[in-house]
Design a protein around this ligand. Structure first.
Ligand SMILES: Nc1nc2c(c(=O)[nH]1)N[C@H]1C(S)=C(S)[C@@H](COP(=O)(O)O)O[C@H]1N2
Ligand SMILES: [Mo]
Length: 541
């Protein structure tokens, strides 16, 4: 009889949910105001690194599918927002479950141990969160040790509050308190939960509001810059080309703030240049460090580059083109003092991401560079400040941002995403896509013929595009016109102007690489080697 009156799983779930909501909001405010770690993001990033590659690939794929179907905004931005929301939900659910388990245990072993068990639970959660904050967390601007200590303290208090809640809900009825014939315990427990709900709601709300109002201390904006980009004062190299993009084609030169951002961080690393040095180690004569001044002392290489994420769908927006500036790695290489056994460089980043690059490739391809600027501005925080690498012809997954260390090593090893099941070479696939069928932007051709501009882009790594063809309904494949690309390393704008014919039409596009190799027409998903297949679109005229 008595044990059935004890608070059980249900009460624990509610108390856990309420207290964890308050904890998350509190952590959020303390992140924004004091630069202390924001627990959900740090824990999510730890999970990202620890979960099996297949699980992560499934997660990425599901998210991109949902975003492609609903299209609420740019894929990369929406995906990051979804990850951030997931991180909060996961931490919240874990806290609620923790509460349920605690109450279940306490209902078995009695209220005497409520505080002890509560703190123990807090310690277990706190240790996991402290580990995440210490080793992978990118939210805090305080030291990793401070961040970890903070996580432990907060979770210890959370556990104690849970234990206290259990005792309050399980306490003896005091003399003079109304005792209903059956359900007195229940009434008491409900009263407590209502009070707990009120108190935690106040913390949750005020924490959230304070956090939103406060400006993150010491954290730089992810992309914005007050300085003038290169493109604001310079014409693009193909400005004079007579083939103009069909109206509605995405910009061929991607504005910095519109460039997709993909990485394993809920919040990108925030690196201070005054603390940053590029560390050279491994198989070298003697380890050394290079400052940014040293890297910039070489003549800059400026290259127009299209980079794409291997998770990009045909015609998707995880692809962009920018003007990258940096130092050719081959030129810098002699400074490293590599030992003869060093056949590869291991490039490691501030977020634990890494990749291996053959030394021979670096020596033979001067395009490979350590890059410090996009569009004439220091790299944005979200895009790898202060240093990233460019390796031609491969997907973004092979190109670390936020580089901190370069080591000489004697053999190739799989890089971060290769370990997780993605293609070891990750050579960019040839793809072509339709951005616009501008039936409302027709122009008058010869003999007053109404012409419909159709256009998009084609891309084949650094292999160039020799031909783009379009097929309308059951007609023949017909060549589109090509605009000169920004460089041999970028995508190519194509357009085709079609005489207006009323009715519903189906358009399919295909491209050929520089050497005439046709794009792969077989449909393949992005996982594991990059999407292939032809894109078709239908439009009513
Ligand atoms: N350090 C680090 N570098 C990274 C990644 C990462 O997670 N961490 N992601 C890679 C992937 S998968 C892509 S597609 C590109 C994206 O570069 P961008 O965000 O500047 O467009 O960065 C690459 N470099
Ligand atoms: Mo990517």
């Amino acid at each position: 009889m008595h044990s059935s009156r004890r608070p059980g799983i249900g009460s624990g779930l509610v108390a856990g949910a309420l207290l964890t909501a308050a904890l998350i909001a509190f952590s959020y405010a303390c992140w924004k105001i004091f630069g202390l770690p924001f627990f959900p993001f740090d824990v999510f990033d730890l999970m990202t690194r620890m979960l099996p590659g297949k699980v992560i690939a499934f997660g990425i794929n599901t998210m991109v599918s949902i975003i492609t179907a609903l299209h609420p905004g740019p894929t990369a931005l929406v995906a990051k927002a979804m990850e951030q929301a997931q991180s909060i939900i996961i931490m919240w659910a874990a806290g609620a479950l923790g509460g349920a388990v605690l109450f279940l245990v306490l209902s078995r072993y009695g209220r005497k141990h409520a505080y002890l068990f509560g703190k123990l639970l807090g310690l277990i959660f706190g240790a996991a969160v402290a580990y995440a904050a210490y080793h992978v967390g990118k939210t805090a601007t305080v030291s990793p040790f401070m961040g970890a200590l903070w996580a432990l303290l907060v979770y210890l208090s959370w556990g104690a509050a849970l234990g206290w809640s259990y005792r309050e809900m399980d306490r003896e009825i005091l003399p003079g308190e109304p005792v209903a014939p059956d359900g007195a315990w229940l009434v008491n427990r409900r009263r407590f939960l209502v009070r707990l709900g009120g108190a935690t709601a106040v913390i949750t709300l005020s924490g959230t509001i304070l956090g939103v109002l406060a400006r993150a201390r010491g954290t730089r904006p992810i992309v914005q810059s007050d300085n003038m980009p290169w493109s604001a004062t310079h014409a693009l190299p193909n400005a004079g080309d007579p083939v103009k993009p069909a109206p509605g084609t995405r910009p061929e030169f991607t504005p910095l703030q519109d460039h997709y951002r993909i990485d394993i961080n809920t919040e990108p690393p925030s690196i201070d240049l005054k603390d940053w040095r590029l560390k050279i180690g491994g198989l070298v004569e003697r380890p050394l460090t290079l400052g940014m001044d040293r890297i910039r002392s070489y003549e800059a290489t400026n290259q127009f580059i299209t980079i794409a994420c291997i998770s990009n769908r045909i015609g998707g927006d995880l692809i962009g083109t920018q003007r990258w500036s940096g130092t050719s790695l081959g030129k810098l290489l002699p400074e490293f003092g590599l030992k003869p056994q060093a056949t590869h460089l291991k490039i490691s980043a501030a977020d634990g991401f890494y990749e291996f690059v053959p030394v021979e490739l670096i020596k033979s391809d001067p395009r490979i560079m350590l890059c410090y600027e996009w569009d004439g501005l220091p790299l944005a925080r979200g895009h790898g400040f202060p240093l990233r690498i460019y390796i031609p012809d491969v997907y973004g997954m092979k190109q670390p941002k936020w580089i901190e260390t370069i080591e000489g090593v004697s053999r190739w090893e799989p890089g971060y995403w290769v370990v997780r099941g993605w293609d070891a070479v990750a050579r960019m696939r040839a793809t072509s896509f339709i951005d616009t069928i501008a039936v409302n932007r027709t122009w008058e051709g010869a003999n007053g013929q109404k012409m419909v501009p159709i256009g998009g882009l084609a891309h084949a790594g650094v292999r160039g595009i020799s031909r783009v063809e379009i097929k309308i309904d059951d007609g023949p494949w017909t060549a589109a016109r090509l605009r000169a690309p920004l460089s041999r390393q970028t995508w190519v704008v194509w357009r085709y102007d079609m005489p207006f014919v009323a009715g519903k039409h189906r358009f399919t596009v295909r491209c050929f690489e520089g050497d005439g190799t046709p794009q792969i027409t077989e449909k393949n998903p992005p996982d594991p080697s990059g999407a292939t297949g032809l894109q078709s679109k239908t439009k009513d005229f």
